[in-house]
Design a protein around this ligand. Structure first.
Ligand code: SAM
Length: 291
């Protein structure tokens, strides 16, 4: 389905939506029902030996929830919620009065709203098409903001931190997984710069979001947050993700996508593994509290 664009959306957001809408064409509609190739997950996963992609994606979500320290939530905003797979798990576990998912890809939002109806939770779990950077919600209207792997795309991530700080209540919590630069990345090195620019272009990420942990923490603090924890889990994410593009998996993927899409996906996956081994990228799980 062609992407419906949010009024006033800029070129970057249109590009992100286009990027993810290509993947959304692999979601099959059978009558009134959708069928998703990976149970609605599109994260990189948290891998243990023998995992399939869906095992790893579920494991990442479980890791996120089990380590969140959240007992109960008042009202949750789920940023970059994708197809809503994580949203329904947050709703079940944290029993908020309401959960709103926001995503820039219309096809994701349509699927998630359909799924909410299927699960009988549509009164309390709603999905909106929009930009997480420009949050159109009143000040202090959420107890928690949660999200897996979206912020690297945001234009910019730092502006999103400020928006998140505005819509969170005092002592409200922001929990994210995110991709940042690794400690071995050298900004002054032209080869590293070429790699960064190529990676950012391929995954539709603003170059300005290419920061290391220290700067990440500084940006969160600058937006009025204190850090509760920051866990580096790249070793559980990138090698497993890169390694799962076996010949068998590639054959399976070719049934669902074009020759070039499959090649592109495999290349990105393997490239991530390489960049992590070189220390150029890191995957983090961060929890911050609004002061
Ligand atoms: C890697 S996917 C992760 C999706 C989901 N969290 C998951 O783990 O399955 C990144 C998601 O971020 C969304 N996204 C990117 N930029 C966004 C923005 N500015 N505002 C809201 N969502 C955005 C994309 O549409 C996509 O669904």
């Amino acid at each position: 389905m062609p992407p419906k664009l949010v009024l006033g959306m800029n070129q970057h957001e249109k590009d992100v939506e286009n990027f993810y809408s290509k993947g959304a064409r692999r979601v099959v509609k059978e009558g009134e029902n959708f069928k998703h190739f990976s149970e609605g997950f599109i994260s990189f996963g948290y891998w243990e030996p023998g995992d399939t992609y869906v095992d790893a994606a579920k494991r990442l979500l479980r890791f996120f929830i089990d380590n969140s320290g959240i007992k109960k939530a008042g009202r949750i905003l789920n940023v970059a919620c994708g197809y809503g797979a994580e949203s329904f798990a947050y709703f079940k576990k944290f029993r908020p009065g309401e959960l709103i998912g926001i995503d820039i890809t219309q096809a994701h939002v349509d699927y998630a709203n359909w799924k909410a109806k299927e699960l009988g939770v549509a009164k309390k779990v709603k999905f909106v098409h929009g930009d997480a950077v420009a949050l159109d919600f009143p000040d202090a209207s959420f107890s928690h903001i949660l999200g897996i792997e979206g912020p690297a795309h945001f234009n910019t991530r730092e502006k999103f931190f400020k928006s998140a700080g505005r819509v969170l209540k005092k002592k409200g919590e922001l929990l994210l997984t995110d991709i940042i630069l690794g400690e071995k990345f050298r900004k002054w090195n032209p080869v590293h710069q070429i790699v960064l620019r190529a990676g950012a272009k391929g995954w539709v990420v603003p170059i300005i979001n290419g920061i290391k942990e220290k700067e990440y923490v500084k940006q969160l603090e600058g937006a009025g947050f204190e850090i509760v924890f920051l866990k580096r889990i790249g070793d559980k994410v990138f090698p497993g993700y890169a390694g799962h593009f076996t010949e068998e998996k590639r054959k399976e993927n070719r049934k669902r996508m074009s020759f070039f899409a499959e090649l592109g996906l495999t290349k990105i996956g393997r490239m991530l593994g390489y960049l992590y081994r070189k220390g150029f990228i890191e995957y983090i799980y961060v929890k911050a509290r609004k002061k």
